[in-house]
Design a protein around this ligand. Structure first.
Ligand code: PMP
Length: 428
């Protein structure tokens, strides 16, 4: 496949946008080459500026769980747009989506909408700090919670890809309040809490990690965090920006039957429009302005187009629980197919998967934390990525990302993908 027009468009973009992109991982730095410029997308497919059709395994990094240009979402946005695109005033729509989110997600009484996952996590931490009157937080190496200063300490996703987990511009004062722990290592968390008695406001965690590839929690890890937080008056923040409304209608809280204190959302909840949200019990949420002292705001928060898209998406997921079963079945099929061909071609690998999140690591050891994720063979990954691109298959341009499976994928698409992986892995 040729990507000539994309290369030209990228050269033009580089003149006026830093690195030619508005979010770093899109730039293909980790894999080389130039990014694909998209013209449109429908269902499981992207159509690029050169007229190529690509099977999409990223799906806008998660939101398009039902495929691109999903009709109920598109229609809802069109209808709302005709009535005005932003008011900075309350609308009934916000209450409707809030009430539905509450019905779907366990253990939350109130929710506030923001414009991105970054904002959701940043606001959740501020709320936890205000509520506990403590300053420090624990985050896990390789977990990504957006690009707010406190989180750019050994963050995953693009921050790993670019080899600069600690970004210049984050002050030492901010960095010192973020304590770094090892994912899936509860003893490590215990030690950190013991060394900082009475000072930790919150533990923020991706309850299934998705920003160092996909790393499910080992047995007892989330339960251990819950118990430690309860014992020590620490707020447990589940960052469900990736997992919320994806791994189950009620996210990881439902899937593993574990209660967090504050839950963050993004991606699926906005149906592909810029939406984030954070939610908790009344006692905590009532600490937010205008009821309480913790300030948080947004000119475009609760934007009617975004809320309409989100509501149409959540309604579909709420009304058709079989979606999650189909996603599980399709991803399991893909998992088994990839496993089979990589084995047959003697490619050293580990596949991690939970529900519709899956990642392929080119290392044989179990991938359970940031250190083990970072051991994967990046040269093989580059060949894998570009080989698949040539076959018309788009996976994330970084070894540290999860693939997001969409319900729009057919078994024919999956078979085509498995065959392509067979072909490409023979060339390693
Ligand atoms: N948390 C998690 C778990 C994420 O995966 C992401 C984005 N990939 C974010 C937070 C930040 O969300 P956004 O990019 O919408 O700011």
């Amino acid at each position: 496949m040729l990507y000539k027009r994309s290369s030209q468009l990228f050269a033009e973009a580089e003149k006026v946008i830093p690195g030619g992109v508005n979010s770093p991982v899109r730039a293909f730095k980790a894999v080389g080459g130039t990014p694909i410029f998209v013209e449109r997308a429908s269902g499981a497919y992207l159509y690029d500026a050169d007229g190529n059709r690509l099977i999409d395994y990223i799906n806008s990094w998660g939101p398009m769980i039902l495929g691109h240009a999903f009709e109920p979402v598109v229609q809802a946005v069109i209808e709302k747009a005709k009535l005005g695109t932003s008011f900075g005033m309350p609308t009934e729509l916000e209450t409707q989506i809030a009430a539905l989110a509450m019905e779907m997600v366990p253990n939350i009484d109130k929710i506030r909408f923001v414009n991105s996952g970054t904002e959701a996590c940043m606001s959740a931490v501020r709320l936890a700090r205000g509520f506990t009157k403590r300053d420090k937080i624990i985050k896990f190496a390789g977990c990504y919670h957006g690009h707010s200063d406190s989180f750019l300490i050994q963050a995953g996703s693009g921050a790993v890809t670019f080899g600069s987990p600690n970004s210049p511009g984050v002050t030492e004062g901010t960095a010192k309040d973020t304590l770094l722990a090892t994912y899936n290592d509860i003893e490590n968390v215990k030690d950190i809490i013991a060394a900082n008695q009475g000072e930790i406001a919150a533990i923020i965690v991706e309850p299934v990690a998705g920003n160092m590839g996909c790393i499910p929690p080992v047995e007892g890890f989330l339960e251990g965090l819950r118990a430690l937080c309860t014992e020590n008056g620490i707020q447990l923040i589940f960052d469900e920006v990736m997992t919320g409304f994806r791994l189950a209608a009620g996210g990881v809280q439902e899937l593993f039957d574990i209660k967090a204190d504050i839950v963050c959302f993004g991606k699926v909840i906005g149906g592909g429009l810029p939406v984030g949200a954070f939610a908790a019990r009344n006692e905590i949420m009532n600490y937010l302005a205008p009821l309480g002292p913790v300030y948080q705001a947004g000119t475009l928060s609760g934007n009617p187009l975004a809320m309409a898209a989100g509501l149409a998406m959540l309604q579909t997921l709420h009304n058709d629980k079989a979606i999650f079963e189909r996603l599980e079945a399709k991803t399991a099929y893909l998992h088994a197919g990839i496993e089979k061909v990589l084995k047959a071609n003697n490619v050293v690998h580990t596949i991690n998967r939970i529900g519709s999140m899956i990642s392929v690591h080119f290392d044989e050891a179990a991938v359970v934390d940031f250190k083990s994720a970072a051991k994967g063979d990046n040269e093989t990954f580059k060949k894998f990525f570009h080989g698949l691109l040539q076959e018309g298959i788009y996976i994330a341009p970084s070894a540290y990302e999860t693939w997001f499976i969409t319900d729009a994928l057919t078994y024919e698409d999956l078979d085509f993908t498995i065959k392509a992986i067979d072909k490409v892995s023979k060339t390693f």
